[in-house]
Structure formats: structure tokens, C-alpha cells
Design a binder for this molecule. Structure first.
Ligand code: ADP
Ligand code: GN1
Ligand code: MG
Length: 368
């Protein structure tokens, strides 16, 4: 990417003065996220992935609605986290077209950083509590007013169908190398009925739908968003980010995505599978942190559904990575040819670890 070219164009449209700088930040798999430095500060700029989000104007409209709702709560002292606000262009728009691509700008949350791996139970509790406060703050938000930016996002039956379609097409002849993984996925198909049965008993809620640990900003006195070595004590949560997939859904998925990304001591693409496992003490802290702010809202069935969430999310994201590998890596950004397969194997190892520890993990949920 010609960063000088984009820095100048973006700065012109948003009215930022030189000296300018533009560099990539974070490890998101979908959008291109960069920090644009200018004379008076910094702003986050994102090139939206229109393969994944074919209607970027709807995505931005959704995010702006949530932003306004959270700002009202924040101003009424009912939501203590910072709110990520879109920055308007000089013309007052929130979406900018450059050479047919779509960009937006977000206020940069300074003195912050994101994590790829949770460092301590306290940190898990801090992050889970922040996602819980975010969920609680959205309870009186009309989620039906949001456009379904990605239809069937957490629909396991559809994800399994897409896997079978990729297998049928076998575009790159990769299917022969993943027979074991495919057999394993097909053996888990019973989860589809379990999700249908459980979701019939719980309320549809406004959900984040991507509660990965790196979608949480923690406070950091050094003021950088880059992941780095663990500090001695867990820092405070500053903001929930990446609101692109906020849509009506079930809390069990948000809980499960936290299990998926908080509990393993290894990153999502680690090939050190022997060490991919659920750290029980992190799981316990996450349960405690997430449920506490939801106490006034959560139903008994909903709390019990978290056990399904803990299993279904590592499995379903594994299915999505495997599908993308077979399909030729069109969805998630990759750094090498086996990346999606490594991620899939990692997620299936984590799913197995959840099952292996089921008695303990289930009782931690039931006793919360
Ligand atoms: P993606 O949709 O690609 O996952 P994100 O919105 O999650 O993109 O952003 C990717 C990363 O950029 C985050 O994990 C975080 O490190 C950093 N980041 C994003 N938004 C902000 C912000 N407003 N302030 C500071 N850092 C940010
Ligand atoms: C993507 O954008 P990012 O990196 O936060 C994906 C999630 C997956 C996740 C797997 C819109 O999240 O659904 O769980 O990768 N986002 C979209 O790491 O598909
Ligand atoms: Mg993200």
C-alpha cells in the first residue's frame, strides 16, 4: 500500500494538517486498520472489507446508532467505558470512497492497548465484566433497528452447509488433506439440533457477536495499541471496539467467543496444539466477570445456555477457518498458505479441551 498517498488523501478529506504518518495497527482478520498521525493527534482509519461487508453504509449506520445509544448512557453515568466515535469528513459524511474502496475514521483511544492472549484471571474478569457492561447497556436498545449486516452470522447449520459446499467444489484440491478434520466436524453435527432447542428457550438480545479478547481496549500509560509484554497487574478496561457485527443474537455466543479467545494460553493460530487448552482459572474468572453485570437481566435458561456457547463457538469458528482453507482463503486474512488450517486445528483442539473438562466447567457456570 502506498501509505503517503492514502495519508494525504485521508488527511485532506478529514481536514488534518501535516506532518502525517500512516501505519497498520492490531491483528484484525477482516478490515485494514491503520493509525493516521497528524499535527494535532491521531485517528484510527479503516478500509472496510466489502467482500465481508457488501453494504458498508449500513455497517456504519448500525455502528453510529449504537455509538449514540452508548453515549447517552455514558453521559447519564450508566455506562462507564469509553465509546468509540466515528469522525466525520469535512463534508460531514462518515464513509469515504477512495478509488472505489470504502474508508471510515474512528476516534483513537489513547493510552490503550489490545491483547492477543489473556495474561491472568484478573485480566479475564476485567475484560468479561466490560463485555457484560456493554451487553447490559444495550438492553434497552432496539436491536431490530439494526440492519443484518451479515445474515446467519452465528447460524451453525448454515456454517456446516458452507463447509460441505466448499468440499463439493474442492477448488484447490485441498479436501484430500483434511479428511480427518472433516470427519470430526461431521461427528459434531448434533450441535445444530442442540442450538435450535436451546435458542427456542432464551431471549434474542442485542449482541456484540465478536467478543474476541483483541476487541477490548485496556488502559496503558504508554499509549500504544500494539500488544506487548504483560504488566504486573491487570489494567482497567477502556473500551469495547469492533462493533461491526452488533446484531440481534444470543448471549451464549458472546460468552462462547470469550471462552474461545480468553481461555487458551496459546494464540488462535498457534500450532503448539499440546498447549491449546482451557485454563480453568481463566474460565472461572470469565464466568464471574460476565455474569455479574447481567444479573438483573439474565434468565436461568440463558445462564445454563453458556455451556453450549463454550462448546459451539470454538467449534463453529474452527468450521469457518476450515471452510476458508478449503475454499482458497477468501474470507480471513492470512499470513501463509496453511494459516487457516492451523487456525482450524487450533480451534478444534480447544473444543476438545472444553469437552474434556466438561464437569468442572459446567459446574462453574451452574454455581455462578
Ligand atoms: P477488525 O475488524 O479488522 O478486527 P478492529 O476494529 O478490531 O478491526 O481493530 C483492529 C485493532 O486496531 C484492535 O484490535 C486495536 O488494537 C486497534 N484499534 C481499533 N480501534 C481502535 C481505537 N479506536 N483506538 C485504539 N486502538 C484501536
Ligand atoms: C473475525 O474482525 P475480527 O478479526 O475481530 C470474524 C469473527 C471471527 C474472528 C476469528 C466479521 O473477527 O467472526 O470469530 O475473525 N469477523 C467477521 O478470529 O467475520
Ligand atoms: Mg477486531
Amino acid at each position: 500500500m502506498n501509505t503517503d498517498y492514502y495519508a494525504q488523501l485521508l488527511a485532506q478529506q478529514y481536514g488534518f494538517a501535516p506532518p502525517l504518518s500512516l501505519k497498520a495497527i492490531g491483528n484484525g482478520h477482516i478490515n485494514t486498520t491503520m493509525l493516521l498521525g497528524h499535527r494535532d493527534g491521531s485517528v484510527v482509519v479503516q478500509k472496510l472489507n466489502t467482500q465481508v461487508f457488501p453494504e458498508p453504509e449500513k455497517l456504519v449506520a448500525n455502528a453510529r446508532k449504537i455509538e449514540q445509544h452508548l453515549m447517552q448512557k455514558h453521559q447519564a453515568s450508566q455506562y462507564d467505558l469509553e465509546v468509540i466515535k466515528h469522525v466525520p469528513t469535512l463534508e460531514g459524511g462518515y464513509l469515504l470512497s477512495i478509488d472505489g474502496e470504502h474508508w471510515r475514521a474512528l476516534e483513537f483511544i489513547g493510552n490503550s492497548r489490545s491483547e492477543e492472549v489473556v495474561q491472568s484471571p484478573l485480566q479475564a474478569q476485567v475484560a468479561a465484566s466490560a463485555f457484560g457492561r456493554f451487553a447490559a447497556a444495550l438492553q434497552d436498545f432496539d436491536a431490530e433497528s439494526l440492519y443484518p449486516v451479515i445474515k446467519d452470522f452465528h447460524n451453525l447449520a448454515m456454517r456446516m452447509d458452507m463447509l460441505e459446499q466448499a468440499v463439493q467444489a474442492d477448488k484447490l484440491g485441498r479436501v484430500k488433506d483434511v479428511q480427518q478434520q472433516l470427519d470430526f466436524c461431521r461427528e459434531q453435527a448434533f450441535l445444530i439440533d442442540e442450538v435450535a432447542a436451546v435458542s427456542a428457550q432464551i431471549p434474542l438480545r442485542p449482541c456484540h457477536n465478536d467478543t474476541k479478547i483483541n476487541n477490548m481496549l485496556f488502559s496503558d500509560k504508554q499509549g500504544t495499541s500494539e500488544p506487548k509484554a504483560a504488566p504486573a497487574a491487570a489494567p482497567a478496561a477502556k473500551a469495547v471496539i469492533d462493533l461491526d457485527t452488533c446484531m440481534p443474537g444470543y448471549w451464549l455466543f458472546d460468552f462462547g467467543d470469550m471462552v474461545r479467545t480468553f481461555c487458551s494460553p496459546e494464540e488462535e493460530d498457534s500450532i503448539n496444539l499440546a498447549n491449546v487448552r482451557v485454563r480453568e482459572e481463566i474460565f472461572a474468572a470469565l464466568v464471574k466477570g460476565y455474569i455479574e453485570p447481567l444479573k438483573a437481566h439474565i434468565t436461568a435458561e440463558e445462564k445454563a445456555s453458556f455451556w453450549l456457547g463454550a462448546r459451539v463457538m470454538p467449534f463453529m469458528i474452527g468450521v469457518r477457518f476450515l471452510t476458508d482453507y478449503i475454499d482458497g482463503d477468501h474470507y480471513f486474512s492470512i499470513k501463509h498458505g496453511r494459516h487457516n488450517l492451523d487456525r482450524a486445528n487450533n480451534q478444534f483442539a480447544l473444543y476438545r479441551s472444553v469437552l474434556a473438562q466438561q464437569e468442572r466447567l459446567k459446574s462453574l457456570i451452574n454455581n455462578a
